[in-house]
Design a protein around this ligand. Structure first.
Ligand code: ADP
Length: 311
């Protein structure tokens, strides 16, 4: 079973002719309210694919919180771990101009009140999960507590978004650490050994994770891990005991890439829990991410397992 630990936000979106400057008021189109936040997105994406999924998160005792609970339950996510209260539900205020550029203000709200104590109280959820997937839209100390309480044999997957330097303890638990180019650069903080994604993958692996996935948008992804003994002896030319493999991109007509990374991570985490290898899981995740970019929105764009086809 998959446990996602992370954020739940209401995305409030208004289309505008142009975004307002300081002291200015502009009129926009009708308000659209969408369930979002990386934690809720990942949980919904996994459940749609058919994964038994639970979410550990915190929302406010308000209408946005009820909207999120509703969308999670509709997707089939177990919501006993979605705690209520402490602050208003997290919100992203999004304005979008005609060219598609957006400006976003995020109020973390209740997401910022998901504490290490909440993780301790969710011990039963943690113990029954094969894979635990987290992001960084909740306090880092909460993610640290998750890492400390992983069950024996449990696997930890982290998408460090929004990115920040990570303690060694968290990096060492990641199997894999999943990053896009921007996240890779922030985590490495100038420690990248070169310009190619393969170089970032190797540099990231040297920081401690057991495995690394670099997502490359329309170019697909890369997976990197320590080579097993045989491959280390044969070598892949680099002789550093690291195996890096490309995950072929899936060609689609992209309409909106919002949520692609969340769908990719959810799919990968689920497949790992079923015993798939990292390369197999990433191949499936690339099909899920590609499907998600063919439709508008985040959660609305996530495919069902039937749409993606057999893993
Ligand atoms: P993020 O949203 O975190 O920046 P990416 O944009 O790299 O993540 O997307 C995650 C994954 O989704 C990619 O690795 C790829 O598999 C898939 N994907 C994203 N954009 C496209 C696209 N235009 N065409 C096909 N697949 C895509």
């Amino acid at each position: 079973d998959l446990l996602v630990v992370g954020s739940a936000n209401a995305d409030l979106v208004i289309d505008v002719e142009r975004r307002p400057g300081a002291g200015e008021t502009v009129l926009g189109g009708d308000l659209a309210v969408h369930p979002g936040g990386k934690g809720a997105n990942q949980a919904v994406a996994a459940a749609r694919l058919g994964a038994r999924t639970a979410l550990l998160a915190r929302v406010g005792d308000d209408g946005h919180g009820r909207l999120l609970l509703d969308s999670l339950r509709t997707a089939g996510v177990a919501t006993a771990g979605v705690l209520t209260g402490g602050a208003p539900t997290g919100v992203a205020l999004i304005t979008v101009d005609p060219s598609g550029d957006n400006s976003i203000v995020v109020s973390p709200g209740a997401n910022g009140r998901l504490t290490p104590g909440d993780v301790r109280d969710a011990d039963r959820l943690l113990r029954t999960s094969r894979v635990v997937s987290a992001q960084l839209e909740i306090p880092l100390e909460t993610v640290v507590e998750v890492v400390r309480r992983l069950p024996e044999g449990g696997r930890f997957v982290l998408n460090p978004s929004p990115p920040r330097p990570l303690p060694r303890e968290v990096l060492a638990a990641c199997d894999p650490l999943i990053v896009n180019e921007h996240e890779a650069k922030v985590i490495l903080g100038g420690a990248a050994a070169g310009d190619a994604p393969e170089d970032w993958a190797r540099s990231l692996l040297a920081e401690g994770p057991r495995s690394v996935v670099v997502t490359l948008g329309a170019e697909g992804a890369l997976v990197a891990s320590a080579a097993d003994a045989d491959e280390a002896r044969d070598g892949d030319g680099e002789g550093d005991g690291v195996e890096v493999a490309r995950v072929a991109p899936v060609r689609v007509d992209a309409v909106d890439t919002t949520g692609a990374g969340d769908a990719f991570t959810a799919a990968l985490a689920w497949r790992l829990g079923t015993g798939a290898t990292l390369a197999e899981a990433a191949g499936y995740a690339a099909r899920v991410g590609a499907a998600a970019v063919t439709r508008r929105g985040a959660q609305e764009s996530f495919p069902t397992g039937a749409e993606v086809g057999a893993p």
